[in-house]
Every structure is written in C-alpha cells, then in structure tokens.
Design a protein around this ligand. Structure first.
Ligand code: T46
Length: 133
C-alpha cells in the first residue's frame, strides 16, 4: 500500500518547538493546497473515499485521530497523535478517519487543487478500480 509515516525536522530550544517539513526532504510533492479539519465530534467518521491521482500528507498538529487505510488487499490503522509526524497517502488508497479527540486539528497537505472528479466515493467503485489497475 502506498502509505508511509514521515518524521519532520524538529528544532527545539528553550523558546519551544519548531517543526519543519520541506519539499524534496519530507514532502515528496509540490503542495498546491492545504486544508484542515477541527471541531469533529468523537463519533464523527470522515473520508470514505480514495483518490485517483492525489497525494496527501496528514498531520495531527493538535490532538489525535485514527486513519483506517486499505488498498483492497492489506489494511492498516494508524493513530496520528504527534505534531512532528506526517502520514503520506498516495493515490488509490481508501481512507476512513475517525476517533477524533475533541482538540484534534488535522492539517492536510495536498499535491493538487480540489477536484471532485479525482474522488472515488463508493467502496464498490474503489474495488472495481483496483481490479482494473
Ligand atoms: C481527505 C480528508 C482528510 C472543498 O471545497 N475543497 C477542498 O479542498 C476539500 C478537501 C473539500 N471541499 C468541500 C467538499 C465538501 O463539500 O468540503 C466539503 C467536505 O469535504 P469532504 O466531504 O470530502 O470531507 P472529508 O473530511 O470526508 O474528506 C476530506 C478530503 O476531501 C479528503 O481528500 O483525505 O478530508
């Protein structure tokens, strides 16, 4: 499955922490869009789609949430609870995001501008696209 955890650069001193993610070091694509999710209830479930071409990096810059990922063959559940860590998700990966802590802020770095055409929003279509790929 085309996912990986990424450790960002941490620069801490007596003034606090500064975390860096830089193109070609920690970020493998040019960031064309950012968005963030917050104020999600603990029983909220988001995602439930895959992307045809989009690559993204999820960062829980505050609080925590879980991400369930599958490429149709293997499945992984990843807990995001570290501001200095990102989760890279390539294309053709089904994702579900849940178990948001009340203080969770999930920042997403995206390789493309928003396009609804890039989404596969039913699991049946996702399975079919995996068979055809
Ligand atoms: C993902 C997870 C973490 C836009 O207009 N522009 C945007 O860039 C995005 C991301 C969304 N929207 C609109 C589309 C919907 O009307 O915002 C509304 C909520 O989007 P969606 O239902 O897709 O939200 P999630 O949380 O299910 O999924 C989003 C991203 O779409 C997805 O790529 O990985 O956040």
């Amino acid at each position: 499955m085309d996912i990986k955890k990424i450790d960002f650069q941490k620069h801490g001193d007596d003034r606090g922490m500064l975390v860096v993610a830089e193109y070609e070091k920690e970020i493998p694509f040019i960031v064309k869009r950012i968005y963030y999710i917050y104020d999600a209830d603990s029983d909220t479930k988001r995602g439930f789609h895959s992307h045809k071409n989009l690559q993204q990096i999820y960062i829980a810059i505050h609080g925590s949430c879980k991400v369930k990922l599958t490429d149709g063959k293997e499945q992984q559940i990843i807990c995001l609870d570290n501001q200095a860590e990102g989760l890279y998700i390539g294309h053709n990966v089904w994702r579900e995001i849940y178990d948001f802590s009340s203080d969770c802020v999930l920042l997403v770095l995206a390789s493309e501008k928003y396009s609804e055409d890039d989404y596969i929003r039913t699991y049946e279509q996702f399975e079919q696209s995996q068979v055809n790929s």
